[in-house]
Design a protein around this ligand. Structure first.
Ligand code: ZN
Ligand code: ZN
Length: 107
């Protein structure tokens, strides 16, 4: 895999960690060489839906964020947390009714 921007082939670093950066563009894992990591180079990268970070890694077909850990980029909407509470309210009414019978001294 070469540099996404200039196409240069990645070479094994002689020492220390590689300065090549992983990123995700249009849902695909890409590499960017150190020379192309100039100011604004992240403008064209995919961003995390949760935190906006461009530090994304695609693994096993799934894009995950290295910054906040958010995973999944399959166009699925986030799970809504506004579930109807009707069942909970019904249960509360039953409990209140039972408690009221007890307090009224039935027994
Ligand atoms: Zn490059
Ligand atoms: Zn994130």
């Amino acid at each position: 895999m070469g540099c996404h921007t200039c196409g240069r082939r990645q070479v094994d670093p002689d020492s220390g960690p590689s300065a090549w950066r992983r990123a995700v563009v249009a849902g695909e894992q890409v590499l960017v060489c150190p020379d192309c990591q100039v100011e604004g180079w992240t403008d064209g990268l995919d961003r995390c839906r949760s935190c906006g970070s461009t530090v994304l890694v695609k693994r096993l077909g799934e894009v995950s964020c290295r910054t906040c850990g958010a995973a999944g980029d399959g166009g699925q909407p986030a799970e809504g947390s506004s579930a109807p509470s009707a069942a909970r309210e019904t249960l509360a009414d039953d409990v209140a009714a039972a408690l009221e019978r007890v307090l009224r001294g039935e027994g």
